[in-house]
Design a binder for this molecule. Structure first.
Ligand code: PCA
Length: 205
C-alpha cells in the first residue's frame, strides 16, 4: 500500500469555513486505489504554510502529494497546471501581505504539476462532475503551497507526483456567502476521490 498526503486549508478571508478542510477530514485514513490517505490541514500564512507542508512531507514520507484549495467563485473541479515563483495577494490570516515577492530566491520561475491532470479532468467529466484544467492557481497560499511541494520534489524525490486541485465552495458555504456557486459536500468528496483513483491507476501502469 502506498501513502498519499492530502492537504486542505483552514478558513481564510471572509469565508467562515473552508470546504477543503471538511473533505480532508472525511478522507483521512481511507483507502483509494493503492493509496491510504494521510490528511493534514495547513495554515493560511505566507510565513508558515510551505514550511508546514514540507514538515509533513518529511515526516510522513508520502508516495504522492495532493493539496486542495477552495477558490471562491469557481464552479468546477480544477486541477492546476502550474505554480509560479511569486507571492502576492490579499492579507493572510497572520496579516502578511507580500507584494511581487519570490517564494524561493534561487528557485525556477515555475513548476508544472506532476499529477495526471488531463486524465483527472476527463474522468471527472465522465462521472458528471464539471471539471477543467486551470492555468492559474493565483498567487496566494494555494500557489505558494503547490510551488513549495514541487520545488521540494524536484530537489529530493522527483518521482513523487505532486500538485494541486482547486474546488468550488460547499453548498452550505455558498448559501452563507450569497454570491458564489457551491456543490454538495458529498460531490466535492467524490471529485477528490475520483482524482486520487486516477492518480493511483496512472502510477500503476
Ligand atoms: N484557497 C486559497 C488559500 C486557501 C484556500 O483554500 C487560495 O486559493 O490561494
Amino acid at each position: 500500500m502506498k501513502k498519499l498526503l492530502l492537504t486542505g486549508f483552514e478558513p481564510f478571508l471572509d469565508y467562515p469555513v473552508n470546504p477543503t478542510m471538511q473533505v480532508v477530514e472525511q478522507l483521512d485514513g481511507k483507502t483509494i486505489g493503492e493509496y491510504t490517505i494521510c490528511g493534514k490541514i495547513l495554515p493560511v500564512d505566507f510565513s508558515r504554510s510551505a514550511e508546514v507542508l514540507l514538515a509533513h512531507i518529511e515526516q510522513e514520507t508520502p508516495d504522492a502529494v495532493l493539496s486542495l484549495g477552495f477558490a471562491g467563485g469557481r464552479s468546477k473541479m480544477t486541477p492546476e497546471r502550474v505554480a509560479l515563483n511569486v507571492k502576492d495577494g490579499a492579507p493572510d490570516n497572520a496579516g502578511n501581505r507580500p507584494v511581487d515577492e519570490p517564494i524561493e530566491l534561487e528557485g525556477q520561475p515555475a513548476y508544472f504539476s506532476t499529477l495526471p491532470i488531463r486524465q483527472m479532468v476527463e474522468r471527472l467529466k465522465q462521472e458528471n462532475l464539471p471539471a477543467d484544467i486551470s492555468n492559474t492557481a493565483g498567487l496566494y497560499l494555494c500557489n505558494n503551497v503547490m510551488y513549495a511541494g514541487l520545488h521540494w520534489a524536484a530537489g529530493h524525490k522527483p518521482d513523487m507526483p505532486s500538485g494541486f486541485l482547486h474546488m468550488p465552495a460547499s453548498f452550505d458555504l455558498a448559501v452563507r456567502h450569497g454570491k458564489i456557486p457551491g456543490w454538495p459536500l458529498d460531490e466535492l468528496v467524490k471529485g477528490v476521490t475520483v482524482c486520487i483513483a486516477v492518480l493511483s491507476e496512472a502510477q500503476h501502469v
